[in-house]
Design a protein around this ligand. Structure first.
Ligand code: MG
Ligand code: MG
Length: 500
């Protein structure tokens, strides 16, 4: 979809569909009032029936029949004026675009929802573009019939003439929103791809493309290079797969980045998790192509950070491998040695994510990072705790916790703080190694976080367990079915704020 901005009376915009928004239970004013006058009171009639009240994400369609230049009028509800949030605006943008797509409208014109509220014009424009791009995402998979052409083709934001003063702010917001939306869709497609296509090599190739297009540097370590670095935990997991692992390093190094302020983002890239010899039941295995959603979030965030030219040195690390079964696959009771020399007794080969992250966390130390954030579909346990409503946030650093929670609030990509009590440490004590990789089911997400802490040897580290957020998030029009792309906007926002 192509986006543009013009200044004219919105109700006079020419388009296949004109989208106007209304707050709940309010009298008509501004663009809807002007449109209503031209339509001889058709909107007032609609409101009087109670069929449309302006409730958040509610949508109605009217046909102007020549009374307006647009062929269709789509009304979108914003809910109560006093409870307006950026998330309401994202959803409103998504439902408007989805309705237009359903009607096969090619060209859209729309008012900037939320403009004139307490939210800035820039953030309203950003939220609009995020919602429109995210809501319009479709994954066609490998169907042999050609997908229908992408609709709508164009969306023009129409602001009244007297809003010219907002032009720069709105354009800035539109750019940020589009960058974030598209980077999220990149992550979605990586997660949606089946595991025979989304291999460690495909993740590496995607990283190279991002680097080439957006001016990042990229390095991909192969198995021999990982062996030289003694990444025994990651290599232990990778041993069962004929397709070799990749360790991806993307680096955003802007000229005006401050010294000593490096942020490292780490994404878990298990391109399919069979569970290994601790094999998963068939029903819970089938979704496991999503076990690289953390990697996808980091790749998407690195693209957005580069496009937005965030003035901060940021490194993205992706340990990528399959977790498979073969004659060489690693076994329960094996002891692996991670690259910091710590030995790990393998209790469950299905607790593989923490093993590949362990070596990535150790690798991150070489940058002397100001902060490290890892993101992973780590445990089923976090899904039991939080469902599909939030990811779990684990950190012992207050400043980093507050920064990540603020980014979560701003983006609507929720985080909920989880504990890292020393009690959990007891549960990963091993008789044969320094620690073991599983401490039982109770508190499994917390145990996973406490395990990772053994490899995060720097002052500020946070772990995000997004296992419940990777795909099929219910009841939100900005998340069509399939992968959510969760984490791209969250990580980018965190880094943008940190760079200010
Ligand atoms: Mg896994
Ligand atoms: Mg597993």
């Amino acid at each position: 979809m192509q986006f543009s901005l013009i200044f004219q009376a919105p109700h006079l915009a020419q388009a296949d569909a004109l989208i106007l928004s209304m707050y709940e239970d309010e009298a008509l004013h501004k663009s809807p009032a002007a449109a209503d006058a031209a339509l001889g009171g058709a909107i007032a009639d609609l409101l009087s029936t109670g069929d449309f009240t302006g409730k958040a994400s509610q949508v109605a369609v009217l046909y102007p029949r020549g009374a307006l230049p647009a062929r269709r009028l789509i009304l979108v509800g914003l809910g109560k004026r006093e409870s307006l949030t950026l998330d309401t605006l994202r959803r409103a943008a998504a439902v408007g675009v989805q309705k237009a797509r359903e009607l096969k409208a090619k060209s859209l014109a729309s008012t900037l929802h939320g403009r004139g509220s307490a939210l800035s014009a820039e953030s309203c424009a950003q939220a609009y573009l995020e919602g429109a791009v995210l809501g319009n995402y479709q994954y066609h998979g490998q169907k042999s019939s050609a997908p229908s052409p992408e609709l709508p083709e164009t969306l023009t934001l129409v602001l009244p003439e007297d809003a010219q003063g907002d032009k720069e702010a709105v354009e800035r917001g539109m750019n940020i929103g589009q960058v974030l939306g598209e980077a999220t869709c990149l992550a979605r497609t990586l997660v949606n791809l089946p595991p025979n296509l989304c291999t460690p090599q495909h993740l590496a190739e995607t990283a190279r493309q991002i680097a080439q297009q957006h001016g990042l540097s990229v390095q991909v370590l192969d198995r021999a290079e990982m062996e030289a670095l003694k990444m025994g935990a990651l290599l232990g997991v990778a041993r069962g797969s004929a397709i070799p692992p990749q360790f991806i390093i993307l680096e955003h190094q802007p000229e005006r980045a401050a010294e000593g302020k490096t942020i490292v983002l780490i994404g878990k890239g298990i391109t399919f998790d069979t569970g290994g010899y601790s094999i998963k039941p068939a029903d819970s295995m089938v979704a496991m192509k999503n076990d690289m959603a953390g990697a996808a979030a980091v790749l998407g965030a690195m693209q957005a950070i580069a496009e937005l030219k965030v003035p901060r040195h940021v490194v993205g690390l992706v340990p990528a491998t399959f977790n498979m079964i073969s004659g060489e696959a690693y076994l329960p009771s094996e002891v692996l040695t991670a690259s910091n020399g710590k030995t790990i007794e393998v209790i469950s080969t299905d607790a593989e994510g923490r093993l590949i992250l362990a070596d990535a966390l150790v690798y991150a130390a070489r940058y002397k990072p100001a902060a490290v954030v890892d993101i992973a579909t780590l445990t089923g346990s976090i899904v039991v705790a939080l469902g599909n409503a939030a990811a779990g946030l684990f950190t012992t650093n207050n400043e980093l916790r507050e920064a990540l929670l603020a980014a979560a609030e701003a983006t609507g990509e929720r985080l909920w703080t989880m504990p890292m009590y020393s009690d959990y440490e007891k549960l990963i004590e091993s008789k044969t190694a320094d620690i073991k990789n599983s401490g039982g089911r109770h508190g499994g997400a917390c145990i996973g976080a406490v395990f990772l802490k053994h490899f995060a040897d720097y002052p500020a580290w946070a772990h995000i367990d997004m296992a419940g957020m990777a795909d099929d998030l219910p009841n939100n029009p900005i998340y069509p079915s399939g992968a959510s792309g969760y984490g791209v906007r969250l990580l980018t926002e965190y880094v943008r704020r940190a760079a200010q």
